[in-house]
Every structure is written in C-alpha cells, then in structure tokens.
Design a protein around this ligand. Structure first.
Ligand code: FAD
Length: 491
C-alpha cells in the first residue's frame, strides 16, 4: 500500500499516559495524521485508577494525624469524622475533569479519537469494536496493564485496586494481600482513613527489590501506625462468611479489641461502616488462622494488557508475562508496530511510559533514533512514611563492587516535638573505587519530593565529595544527605 493510501500516519491503541503523549506530539508537533482508540476512559491507569486518585487518597488519609500534632503544638482543634462519600464525590468530579482535559488535548492537537476497543488485523490495519477498520503506516500499542487476582477459588470475592475508588462505604476491616508498592500504599491509606487493616505478604519482607534497611523501616513504621502486617503469610482459602460451613468465625475487628483497638478507634473518621459489596469474607491463611474481614483486596500483581488483540497472529512476540517484546526503540519484530508503557513491562511508571512515547515519536517522526534510558530512574512509594529511592540498593551494589554505606536514622524535629516515635532514614550507597553515589534511599515525610532532587545528583553521577561540598540547608531532615562524614560500614 502506498503511504498516502493509509488512513493515518499513526494509529495509537490506548489513551493512557504513553499513548496520549505520543499521539498529541506526533500530531501537534510533527503534523502527522493520527488516530487513537480508547475502550475505557481517557487518561488511562494513571489518571483514572492509579497515581492520581491514589495520591488524592494518600492526602486524605494523612490528615488523620494533623489534629493530634497541631494540638501538641498548642492548638486546640477538635477531630471530626472522615466522610468517605463526600470525598469520593469530589474525587470523581476531579477525575471527570482530568479526563476532559485529556480528551481536549487530543482534540486540540488534531488527533481523531475513537471510543472503541481495537485489535490488529495485519501489520497496518486496526479493527475497531464498532465494526470499522483503519489503516496506518505505523501502529503504536499503548494498552497498559491490569490487576490480576491469584488463582484461588472464590478470588472474585476480593476487590482489586481498580475497585477501591468506587466503594459505596469504607469497610470496618480489610485484608490486603500483597507486598508490593500498591499493597503497601493502600494498607497505609486505608489505615489512615480509619479502617482496621491486616496485610498478608508471602515473602520475608515487603517492597521486594528495594533497599533492605529502607523497606525494613517502612514495614516497622506501618506496624507502629496500626497496620497488622504478617510476613511469610498467604491466603489459602476464602468464602463468604455466611456460606462458611463451620459458621461465623471471630472477625478481625473482634480480634483487634484491646489497647491497640482502643487507640485505633480514636482515629478520626473511623467509619464503622460495612464496605464489602458481597458481605464479610472468611479467610484461612498459611499461618493457620481463620478470620472474617469486611473486605479483601488483592494487590498481587499486574499483567500487560496484550491478550486477545490478535498480536501473535500477525507475528508480534509476546513474552511469558504477556509483555509485548520490543527493542530499545520500542519497535516490535513487525517493523510497522511499536509498543510503549506498561504493556512492554519494562519500568512500569507513568513518567517512563511518557518518555517512551516521546522517544518513539522522535525515532519515527523526526528520524532521530532515540532509545529510552531506563537507568537511574527515581521513584517514590507513598506509604506513611514515604520512601524515595534512586539507583542501587546496598544489596545490589555490594554484589557488583566494594561500597561504603553512609546512613543515619533519627526522629525528625517536627513530629518528635509532638511526642511521636516516627523515625526517618537517609542513606547513600557510595562506590569505594571512584566515590560515585550509586544509590540514595530516603524514608521520610515528603521523600517523593526529596528524591526528585537527589535523583538529579545521582543521575549526574556526582561523587560523595560533591554531595559534601554542597552546603547544608538547616534545619531540615535532608541536610543529613550532605553532612554524613563517616561511613557506617563498608560492604
Ligand atoms: P495506561 O495508562 O494503563 O493506559 C492504557 C490504556 O489503554 C487504558 O486507558 C486502557 O483502557 C486502554 N486499552 C487497553 N486495551 C485497549 C484496546 N484493545 N483498545 C483500546 N484501548 C485499550 N506510576 C507512577 O509513576 N507513580 C505512581 O504513584 C503510580 N501509582 C500507581 C497506582 C496504582 C494503583 C496503579 C495501578 C498504577 C500506578 N502507577 C504509578 C503506574 C502507572 O499508572 C502506569 O505505569 C501508567 O499508567 C502506564 O501508562 P500506559 O500508557 O502504559 O498505560
């Protein structure tokens, strides 16, 4: 087919972070004729059921302690309750507004949008669920990922992260299964909102792959804040409590009575409401306990959304986890088809999907082959306390070379004054050979904001001496990053 005979220069499948960016830059800045299909809501995971609604829930949950702390500083504030339905209404209005912004961005860039599911017919043809077909010189798959439940009878009784923004009421008790960042973030959020949270993770420590000391402090702080975290523990059976053959078991709320339950009930906003859409759920776990929770949430992983799109039929390779296999330019084995973002399962974060989208446009529409640099990407985990991290963990670095570890953990001024036990951690992993800072790990309030800046220095491969040459900003928590004189150990 001659170039001019294609309906479009580019057809994008998926209107999330990566797809929208690629479509509007290709159309708006390079004058390409672009079509885009989205079968759900524009903005994708990040805007509709990921980063944005989650961060707004993080903010909501963090206000739980504000009254306590303000009163310790001499204020006389009274705690009121948390109104989930009022918050949820505002949350969804904001998501509607953002979806409108995404639609308008595409429209104003001249992108044709199709509210349809797309599949591939051949290397240049997309079939839309409405029955139309569209041809394009290039096709970009930006279909993201989706949460998966474990292969367990009755697993559909549990919710997944997509559902949590739509609850009619907050549950009184909740079991969260998983130890990744989504599980930990929602454990902290729901705990902050006054839900009695139990978390089971089958591994030895949460947040696998991150620095051991940093994740150790996050786990300890989560427990101190009231999350009933069980490691080396998994779910083995579940059913509706009403259907359970041996009759109702003690609820997690009953089991939590006593001093700690009393402390939890003082948290403003304790809803005490029923939350499960399907009724209380009986759960048997590998540690032998049987408990009933108002709600169970699986945060047990996400798979790339690549199935039933006809990809393999036209020669696009799919990996073991369902990821679309691409080269450094995000190109699949079929030269006209590219893939970016979570569907490629490289680094599953919004800014990375956006960068991959920009690099694709640069490669294809500006004729400048541009690989995406996946090294030294800073990221944050919005637990309470937050964790910010960039570069290698101590464990990863010491397997590669000899390193010096500069680390300090202390009670920060603001909460120590209010009598809180909270601790923070500042840690640098430094190459003994050339003094480069190989990794920086922060566990502290606003660690996400801090690591964005530390990430510049680590990405620029600055040395420990260059960190130290930077005069401290005092009094701050992060001044420790430039004042740690002696290594705590070599490893
Ligand atoms: P998506 O944003 O998922 O977009 C894919 C789009 O394709 C979707 O809208 C989908 O409906 C559509 N689609 C799928 N198949 C088809 C089809 N066949 N036809 C038409 N349309 C289709 N990242 C961060 O950086 N920071 C965070 O704090 C963070 N928090 C998160 C919290 C949660 C709970 C979750 C689930 C994710 C979070 N992420 C976070 C990850 C981030 O949301 C993703 O990495 C990012 O959205 C990936 O963008 P994408 O363009 O690859 O896919």
């Amino acid at each position: 087919m001659a170039e001019t005979e294609f309906d479009y220069d580019l057809f994008v499948i998926g209107g999330g972070s990566g797809g929208v960016r690629a479509a509007r830059v290709a159309a708006g800045e390079h004058g390409a004729r672009v079509g885009l299909a989205e079968h759900d809501r524009y903005g994708g995971t990040c805007v509709i059921r990921g980063c944005v609604p989650k961060k707004l829930m993080v903010f909501a949950s963090e206000y739980a302690h504000v009254v306590d702390e303000a009163n310790a500083y001499g204020w006389d504030h009274k705690a009121g309750g948390f109104d989930w339905s009022a918050f949820r209404g505002k949350l969804h209005s904001e998501l509607d507004r953002l979806e409108g912004v995404y639609r308008n961005l595409l429209k104003s860039s001249g992108v044709d949008t199709f509210d349809a599911r797309a599949t591939l017919k051949d290397a240049h043809t997309v079939a839309l669920s409405g029955g139309e077909t569209k041809t394009a010189k290039h096709i970009l798959i930006a279909t993201g990922g989706h949460p998966v439940r474990p292969d367990l009878p009755n697993a559909d009784l549990g919710i997944v992260s997509d559902d949590i923004f739509h609850l009619d009421e907050l549950p009184k008790s909740m079991l969260i299964i998983g130890g990744g960042y989504i599980a930990c973030e929602f454990a902290c959020i729901m705990n902050g909102l006054g839900v009695e949270v139990t978390q089971y993770y089958r591994g030895a420590q949460i947040l696998r792959g991150f620095d051991d000391e940093a994740r150790g402090l996050v786990a300890e702080s989560m427990r101190e804040n009231g999350v009933d975290l069980h490691l080396g523990t998994n779910i083995v059976e579940m059913s509706l409590a009403a259907d359970h053959k041996d009759g109702p078991m003690p609820t997690a709320s009953d089991a939590a009575m006593g001093a700690s339950a009393q402390q939890r009930r003082d948290i403003p906003g304790k809803s005490g409401a029923k939350g499960s859409r399907k009724g209380p759920i009986w759960v048997k776990s590998t540690n032998g306990t049987e408990k009933v929770f108002d709600m169970v949430m699986f945060a047990t992983g996400r798979d790339p959304s690549s199935r039933e799109m006809g990809l393999e039929d036209i020669g696009v390779s799919i990996g073991r986890r369902g990821e679309v296999v691409v080269n450094e330019y995000s190109q699949t084995g079929v030269p006209s088809i590219y893939a970016i973002g979570d569907v490629t399962n490289r680094v599953n974060l919004t800014p990375v999907a956006i960068r991959e989208g920009m690099a694709f446009v640069q490669t294809v529409f500006a004729a400048e082959p541009t690989p995406v640099d996946h090294e030294l990407i800073a990221s944050a985990i919005f637990t309470q306390p937050e964790m910010g991290t960039v570069g290698m963990s101590e464990e990863e670095a010491r397997d590669k070379e000899e390193v010096e570890i500069y680390c300090t953990s202390f009670r920060p001024m603001q909460t120590a004054f209010a009598g809180k036990p909270n601790r923070v951690l500042m840690k640098l992993v430094v190459s003994k050979k050339d003094r480069t800072v190989l990794g920086c790990h922060i566990v502290a309030p606003h660690a996400g904001e801090l690591i964005q800046l530390a990430g510049i220095a680590v990405k620029a491969k600055l040395t420990k001496e260059q960190f130290d040459a930077t005069c401290a900003v005092h009094p701050t928590m992060s001044e420790e990053l430039v004042t740690m004189r002696n290594p705590m150990r070599t490893a």
